[in-house]
Design a protein around this ligand. Sequence first.
Ligand SMILES: *[C@@H]1O[C@H](CO)[C@@H](O)[C@H](O)[C@H]1NC(C)=O
Ligand SMILES: *[C@@H]1O[C@H](CO)[C@@H](O)[C@H](O)[C@H]1NC(C)=O
Ligand SMILES: *[C@@H]1O[C@H](CO)[C@@H](O)[C@H](O)[C@H]1NC(C)=O
Ligand SMILES: *[C@@H]1O[C@H](CO)[C@@H](O)[C@H](O)[C@H]1NC(C)=O
Ligand SMILES: *[C@@H]1O[C@H](CO)[C@@H](O)[C@H](O)[C@H]1NC(C)=O
Ligand SMILES: *[C@@H]1O[C@H](CO)[C@@H](O)[C@H](O)[C@H]1NC(C)=O
Ligand SMILES: *[C@@H]1O[C@H](CO)[C@@H](O)[C@H](O)[C@H]1NC(C)=O
Ligand SMILES: *[C@@H]1O[C@H](CO)[C@@H](O)[C@H](O)[C@H]1NC(C)=O
Length: 905
Amino acid sequence: MDLRDSWTVFFLFCSFLVVAFCGQNGFLSLSCGGTTSFSDSSNISWFSDTPYITNGKTVTINYRDGSLSSNVSARFFPHSRGRACYRIPVNNATSLILVRAKFVYKNYDRLEKPPIFYVSLGTAIAAKINLAKNDPWIEEFLWEVNKDTLAFCLNPTPSGSSPVISLLETRPLPKGSYTKGKEDFTNKLLRMSYRIDCGHINESIRYPMDPYDRIWNGDRSFVPFHATKGFKIHNSFNQSNIVEKPPSAVLQTGRVLARQNTMAYNLPLEGLGDYYIILYFASILPVFSSFDVFINGDNVKTNYTIKRSEISALYITRKRINNLNITLRSVNFYPQINAFEVYNMVDIPPEASSTTVSAMQVIQQSTGLDLGWQDDPCSPFPWDHIDCEGNLVTSLALSDINLRSISPTFGDLLDLKTLDLHNTSLAGEIQNLGSLQSLAKLNLSFNQLTSFGVELENLIRLQILDLQSNSLQGLVPNSLGEIENLHLLNLENNKLQGPLPQSLNKDTIEIRTSGNLCLTFSTTVCDDASSDTPSIEAPQLITVPGRKNHGQNHLAIILSTIGGAALTIFLICLSVFIYKAKRRYEALHKTREETDARNWGAEKVFTYKEIKVATSSFKEIIGRGSFGSVYLGRLPNGKSVAVKVRFDKSQLGVDSFINEIHLLSKIRHQNLVSLEGFCHESKHQILVYEYLPGGSLADHLYGANSYKTPLSWMRRLKIAVDAAKGLDYLHNGSEPRIIHRDIKCSNILLDIDLNAKVCDFGLSKQVTKADATHVTTVVKGTAGYLDPEYYSTQQLTEKSDVYSFGVVLLELICGREPLIHSGTPDSFNLVLWAKPYLQAGAFEIVDERIQGTFDLESMKKAASIAVNSVERDASQRPPIAEVLAELKEAYGIQLRFSESCENEN
Ligand SMILES: *[C@@H]1O[C@H](CO)[C@@H](O)[C@H](O)[C@H]1NC(C)=O
Ligand SMILES: *[C@@H]1O[C@H](CO)[C@@H](O)[C@H](O)[C@H]1NC(C)=O
Ligand SMILES: *[C@@H]1O[C@H](CO)[C@@H](O)[C@H](O)[C@H]1NC(C)=O
Ligand SMILES: *[C@@H]1O[C@H](CO)[C@@H](O)[C@H](O)[C@H]1NC(C)=O
Ligand SMILES: *[C@@H]1O[C@H](CO)[C@@H](O)[C@H](O)[C@H]1NC(C)=O
Ligand SMILES: *[C@@H]1O[C@H](CO)[C@@H](O)[C@H](O)[C@H]1NC(C)=O
Ligand SMILES: *[C@@H]1O[C@H](CO)[C@@H](O)[C@H](O)[C@H]1NC(C)=O
Ligand SMILES: *[C@@H]1O[C@H](CO)[C@@H](O)[C@H](O)[C@H]1NC(C)=O
């Protein structure tokens, strides 16, 4: 489909929506699997369901219903493993909609296998459909609108054959209806059990008699012996207090008991549950009727009196019931009821956090596969490859695919207890997992990982670590032994050598080491021959001392007797050695730090005490990053500063920290936030930056005041030019060249005059001359801004920054964040969504806050450079210098445009 085609489809789709929504008070009526539009006997317009669903097959079902023969179209979903979803746009002015669906099987496939499946609305499992019990089957729900799209899904059961659906309708209901009396029940979906027009005998009443098109059924099957009366209702009825607005046609009939006695409805319910019951009464008799009302034997109203010319209602909830008995007992003549509704209150599970959902979506994109991950990961049913506890994603298992690296997004899945990435072509270092503080099982086996990295020790809850069959080299880090709960460590078939650290030598850990070069606790040096060639040793299991080993007990006793004395001497020597080594190490580092401090000039080095005073004991937090918190501070000279305190967990090694400071302090540019100083004392790594009072670009685009005082297009261009200048300096002006690695709106800060400066190069990596084309290291970054090519090549270049900067430009143009967790799936990712529009010059997607204020040429230029910057292929992206030049031009055009506007006025 070329672009023009997709536009045509888009416009057709839009005009279709207008028709669908404007017909009959916002009704949407879909004939599933139908191909043509038609009007039914109630003059309701029906449409084909194709704009709302893409999968499934269609069929026409002929069946006899009594003497009538009917033809109905249907859509069915054969062999579907995942759920099949209709995505229905909902007018956000409505607060409650009625959703009705009809399911017909009638053995259309001649297989005699009536489908069984679940219907879900949003995250809620709303109903189980069993067409063996009832065929056709009609379900009706009342859904509180909380999103602009309703996901109505059919979820197959393992043995339930293909889900099938024939009709799907939505009808807006009056604001505030169906809420009274159930305030104690929040996050509930109402599933209709009964909607009864008492005393009515003929066909059901619905649209147009009920303007909301609810279906009201007669009550004959429940109380066939009571008297039935039809009455004309007075026009003077005051109905304003009943929000649900039961139609007059329904209220005109009622059940009346014309003597002093008791009248009861007995209604079976489908399973134990919480129910919401509304009883309607209209004074259609010339006398007052007054009576007691009982629900399942509980007296909910004594001497309930229907006042003349009035319609009233009783709202009742009942917890955990499985049948319903509504009884009216006469007090002063004529117990009477006109209508009632009974709803099962179904739980709506909370959604997973948007961070989790974004991260999962990015992971899906990075696999290049369609894993069928849509909507909420945990509810109504967890996605393939994951497990949940409540709305937390606790387990992720992706194997036998090509991931290549553990991308930073994995670090956002904070609730993971199990992560299985075996056989996913992971290479390089184990990285980006340090934040997973709940992780108990980590399986990275059958990959090409070469280095342990430094983050494993942060996984304090880790119990099982499977690293077998990788390419891990060198020594096993001592820090693994500090993971208290670790009880199984599988290192089989790697290229590890040398003694295992003594920290792992405890009887709580089982360590598997076979298939390595030479890996034991013994201190004897491995001979060279064995370390040259990776010999596959016989499988060996190092079980550590303390285990029972009866056969060798006597040997152990002898050895320990002989060895005891020697061992004592050895241990004494060892501890003296360690003590001395430690002293030497400390001395070395002390002098190292001191020299470094001297090199800076005293004004740059702060003591922890000074920092504490400057920040009033870390009183005011102004930011939070993945590395730590940022506090507002004031130096003795009155200058405001931003004080960035690293979490212990994210601290760098001494060398890295010193390197970083060296690098940062050399960088001086008007569009880069400058380093004022630092503090490096024992446990603390603190950076002190100049403070910019204008907040971040993200605040200005999305913050609380972003709508009251929106940034003009000219301001946005100026900010873009400033930021591009800063970035250009990093890429081309500084020595060594620097790749920022985390360009995003929240890393672009504004001063009081809204001049922009780029901040946070704490993550930067310098490009050394020797390795001038790319760096391949740990990449940190932010979901939504990450260069997609990085996933496949693992090579980080300046073009990765250009990509991220392109995303920032798109945000400036469209006024929306890179990833959003609502709306239609194809609008989820800003880049994928905006690119086709901007390429087609369709500027209706430009931020509504600047619509009508921008010069078209200026916008075209900016849009074009933004689109080029987010090219998937890095070589197609322009260098930052070119981006800067284009942005300057766009800014110039807009400047002239704005001036001419002012002159006209
Ligand atoms: C059916 O609806 C159309 C508009 O949707 C209206 O013009 C027409 O009069 C209606 N017909 C009947 C029989 O109500
Ligand atoms: C149903 O369709 C069949 C052909 O598929 C046709 O012969 C029959 O008349 C139709 N019945 C009705 C009630 O439309
Ligand atoms: C509903 O839509 C209007 C404009 O179409 C928008 O201003 C408003 O914020 C939306 N409300 C919600 C709750 O999304
Ligand atoms: C019920 O149907 C009968 C004939 O089918 C009709 O005479 C009567 O008026 C109808 N009653 C109501 C309440 O619509
Ligand atoms: C209807 O009743 C409400 C109170 O329930 C009252 O405020 C209103 O004036 C009444 N309207 C009429 C037309 O009687
Ligand atoms: C319904 O409730 C009434 C009053 O509580 C009771 O007398 C009657 O036996 C009940 N009927 C059934 C079938 O439980
Ligand atoms: C019931 O209520 C009506 C009016 O509210 C009152 O006149 C009557 O005395 C009451 N009857 C009993 C038995 O309480
Ligand atoms: C790894 O995955 C590939 C498919 O990507 C498969 O062919 C291979 O057998 C798997 N290897 C192991 C050890 O599971």
